[in-house]
Every structure is written in C-alpha cells, then in structure tokens.
Design a protein around this ligand. Structure first.
Ligand SMILES: Nc1nc2c([nH]c(=O)n2[C@H]2C[C@H](O)[C@@H](COP(=O)(O)OP(=O)(O)OP(=O)(O)O)O2)c(=O)[nH]1
Ligand SMILES: [Mg+2]
Length: 313
C-alpha cells in the first residue's frame, strides 16, 4: 500500500450548530470543491499540532480544545490521503478566509447542498451523527417502551434504534409509528431494526440491518436521504457494510455483555485495528457505558452504542 499523505482537518461547529466549510482554490488538488479547513502534517508534527497550525494559518483562530472525530483513508488517482479529522470543541477568534478562500457557516442539514471531495462522505456522516446511540431492550408493553424512550430522550439521546425481535411485523409497525412521533418532537433520529421496506409505511430516519439482513442484501437497500446502519462483528461484516455503502456501523461485542455473556468480546485493541480498515463512523457496542466515549474517540470510533446503559428503568 502506498504511504498516504497525512492531512489534519477540522469540523468547527458554532453555537447555532452550524459547520464551517471553506472552498478550495480552483487550481488546487480537488479544486473548487468545499472542504473542512486544514492541511498537510509537517515532518514530526502530530495531527493535533498540524490542526492548530493550519487552522491558525487558514482562518486566524486559535483552537482551545478538540477531540478526534474520524480518520479516513482515501485513494485518489495518483494520491492516497489519510484525513485525520477533529471536532473542535472550543476556539477563540472569528474565523475568516486568510488565504482569500471563501468560508461559510452552514446548517448541518444543508451540508448536502455543497460538493466535497470524494473522501469526505464518511466525514459528513460523522459530523451529523451523535456520539451516543441507544438500542432498545426488552419491554413488556408499548406503553413501557414509550416511557423508557422518553426517559432516554430527556437524558439527551438523539439516535435510537428500535430493536424488538419479540414483536411480529404488525406489532412492530405500531410501536415504530409511536416511537417516530416521540423522536420527531425531541429532534432525535429513529432507525428501524426491520425490513427496509417498512420505511415506506413508517417514515423513520433509516434502518439498521442485523447480521441476517446484512448477508441477504447485495446493494444499498435504502435511498441516500435515509441512514443505513449495520451490525458488524468482524472485518468481513465491516467490509460488507462498506460494499452496501452503509453510513454507520456498530461493532460488537467490545466487552462482555449481560445479553450475550457466552460470546467472546473483541476487546479495545481489535476495535481500533478493525475500524482502521473501513471508512465509516463505527460505534462501540457491548458492555459500554457513556463514560467510555473518550476512549472510543481516541481509538477512532464515533461513540458508544448500548442497550443496558441507556434502556434502564
Ligand atoms: N483540508 C482538507 N483536505 C482535504 C479534504 N478532503 C480531501 O480529500 N482533502 C485532500 C485534498 C488534498 O489532497 C489534501 C489536503 O492537502 P492541501 O494541499 O490542501 O494541504 P495544505 O492546506 O497543507 O495546502 P498547501 O499549504 O500545501 O497549499 O487532502 C478536506 O475536507 N479538507
Ligand atoms: Mg489546506
């Protein structure tokens, strides 16, 4: 494999939740396209050092605090880049295009209106997805499920997967419809762990494919304006998720879990090694707690997914 060109780039988000993008010069590589500000690492620089230097040079601001968001390796004809993208949590100054480049604050939902380099698709997904992903656990009645959903939404959960293998298709549809209404009111996103065709009846934000469905599909089963989430357990399933052009994946079990106590966990090192090999936001699932998020960021993951840590009475 060719040595990639190392590039640090910043996802800078303001108090209104808008993202800062800049336009690349027309005569540059990927010229005329929009980008996340940043640039090449100088020799002996770490990603964060390069980020701070480039952002000061290009935008005139000082990064106070940032955390890793996603690392994307991409092969362009004649050039391989490894984009080390950071989420800026605090900065001082007012950004402006110091090199004459147009810069613009863009609403999250409008990012799709701009053309970015091909490498950027996973970055755009990583920016739009939260760092916690709740998967529903057991419930005795739809009322109980809704009550638990409300608790989780109150605690800040903004991405929900309705997993209910105990329900038949009709019962699942009814609960999904109620979940969708509750999620819409809370500005949260709902993914259906169900046949993707159900999206025609329940207009949720996307679907999550379990292992059986992942194996059954050969093409992306949902349109590009819906999320495609995939359950992965090893490199083969992550690669299959990439083939389906999935937007996000869960990788499990990372630790021992109460729901699958007999399955050997992957552990943190395997989590890091596996996600390096795909271009997708990946959530750590299995024996997680919200406090594991910083560790997950450091290893290149999107955040934490869980049943028991979010779905509790
Ligand atoms: N900064 C940035 N670069 C990106 C993005 N997406 C993407 O494919 N790239 C590619 C384009 C380039 O091949 C490479 C960045 O290199 P660059 O030449 O812009 O780096 P630089 O800012 O140090 O530029 P320069 O000082 O050498 O002119 O990464 C992105 O979102 N932001
Ligand atoms: Mg640059």
């Amino acid at each position: 494999m060719p040595q990639p060109l190392l590039v640090a780039a910043a996802a800078i988000i303001n108090e209104q939740g808008q993202v800062l993008i800049a336009r690349r010069p027309v005569n540059a590589d990927q010229g005329g396209l929009w980008e996340f500000p940043g640039g090449k690492l100088a020799p002996y620089e770490t990603g964060l050092q390069a980020l701070k230097r480039e952002i000061h040079e290009e935008l005139g601001i000082e990064i106070q605090k940032a955390r890793p968001l996603i690392r994307v390796r991409h092969e362009y004809p004649g050039k391989t880049v490894l984009l080390d993208v950071w989420k800026v949590l605090d900065f001082s100054g007012e950004p402006w295009g110091r090199e004459g480049q147009p810069v613009r604050w863009v609403d999250m939902q409008d990012l799709g209106d701009y053309s970015f380099p091909a490498a950027n698709r996973p970055i755009l997904n990583a920016i739009r997805l939260p760092d916690q992903y709740m998967v529903t656990g057991d419930f005795a009645s739809p009322e109980m499920a809704l009550q638990r959903l409300h608790q989780a939404l109150e605690q800040g959960i903004r991405l929900v997967q309705l997993r209910a293998p105990q329900l038949d298709a009709e019962a699942y549809r009814l609960v999904a419809q109620q979940f969708l209404e509750a999620c819409r009111k809370a500005n949260a996103q709902l993914l259906l762990n169900a046949d993707p065709a159900l999206l025609e009846q329940v207009d949720a934000d996307g679907v999550h494919l379990n292992s059986a469905r992942l194996a059954a599909f050969h093409h992306r089963p949902v349109s590009s304006n819906k999320w495609l989430s995939v359950a992965c357990h090893d490199l083969a399933s992550l690669k299959k998720a990439e083939t389906l052009q999935a937007d996000l994946a869960t990788l499990s079990p990372i630790q021992v879990t109460s729901c699958h106590p007999d399955v050997a966990p992957l552990g943190w090192q395997a989590f890091q090694e596996l996600i390096k090999q795909v271009r997708m936001p990946v959530y750590a699932l299995g024996g997680m707690s919200p406090t594991d998020r910083d560790r997950v960021f450091g290893l290149g993951g999107q955040g934490v997914a869980g049943i028991s840590c979010y779905w509790s009475s």
